[in-house]
Design a protein around this ligand. Structure first.
Ligand SMILES: [Zn+2]
Length: 266
């Protein structure tokens, strides 16, 4: 609110007879909460600053070098708001895909991925809380992962691949619990669960691409990336090392694992 936004502290403060005098050039004078915050800042300067007329600077205590680093700040925000150390990830485990994806889905189900609405709920001001992909709806977790046009198109493609249609629902648990696929064999349910979770994760990655790089993939590219990545993971992480790409693309009908289905699929 000062017209000289790049001023150093020592340009605004003069020491006169042992007391600090501040000189401001307000565009509009501070009032209310801002005025309180200003008083607090002045208090901090009075009690903590040696004011040696060198270059005044704030130090970031988060970083050893004392330098601001936006990546570190977002990491810290994530740690403080999203991570709750010590809380178990419950049953969100599926060893056919990397653990971070299970953790992502677990967080999403609890509203702990940082959509704009979740930022807003935590008192962090944003210019707007609209979905960055469609700019058409408020960005809730459900919107991003399920009801956004982009998400819907990806889910539709993935469900087509698995010869079914998406739930007529915007409930996260309908999309991530695998519960609706009662017709699948036990082993194929586990594979389907991997695909559901990876789909949510890739939709989120596409959203982040838009937010952080102002770019995003078409739904068809997201869907084919999901097929490629889950195939790779299936070959490397599951017992189905012999699956071939054509079989994988053809969908659940060709994936029959009688040996595994007859007993615990792990
Ligand atoms: Zn949207």
């Amino acid at each position: 609110m000062d017209s000289n936004q790049d001023a150093y502290v020592n340009e605004l403060v003069q020491l006169v007879s042992g007391l600090l005098h501040f000189t401001w050039a307000w565009i509009r004078p501070p009032s209310g909460r801002v005025s309180d915050e200003l008083e607090q800042l002045k208090g901090l300067i009075e009690t903590n600053t040696p004011l040696n007329y060198g270059m005044a600077a704030w130090q970031w205590k988060l970083d050893n070098l004392g330098e601001y680093n936006s990546r570190l700040v977002s990491f810290k925000i994530n740690e403080l708001i999203i991570e709750r150390p010590g809380q178990p990830h419950g049953t969100m485990k599926n060893n056919y895909i990397p653990q971070k994806i299970g953790i992502f889905v677990w967080r999403a189900l609890r509203g702990r991925i940082l959509t704009k609405v979740e930022f807003d709920k935590r008192g962090i001001d944003l210019d707007n809380i609209l979905c960055p992909i469609c700019n058409d709806s408020v960005e809730t977790v459900e919107h991003t992962l399920i009801t956004c046009k982009m998400a819907k198109d990806v889910w539709q493609a993935i469900y087509n691949w698995w010869e079914s249609s998406p739930p007529n629902s915007s409930s996260l648990s309908d999309f991530f619990s695998g519960s609706r696929r009662r017709n699948l064999s036990r082993e194929n349910k586990k594979i389907w669960q991997s695909i559901e979770w990876v789909t949510g994760y890739f939709i989120w990655k596409n959203r982040n691409l838009k937010v952080f790089r102002n770019d995003h993939w078409a739904y068809s590219k997201v869907a084919s990336d999901i097929q490629v990545k889950t195939f790779e993971w299936m070959k490397n992480r599951s017992r189905h090392k012999a699956i071939d790409w054509i079989q994988w693309l053809t969908g659940p009908n060709t994936l029959s694992f009688p040996h595994y289905n007859s007993r615990d699929s792990g």
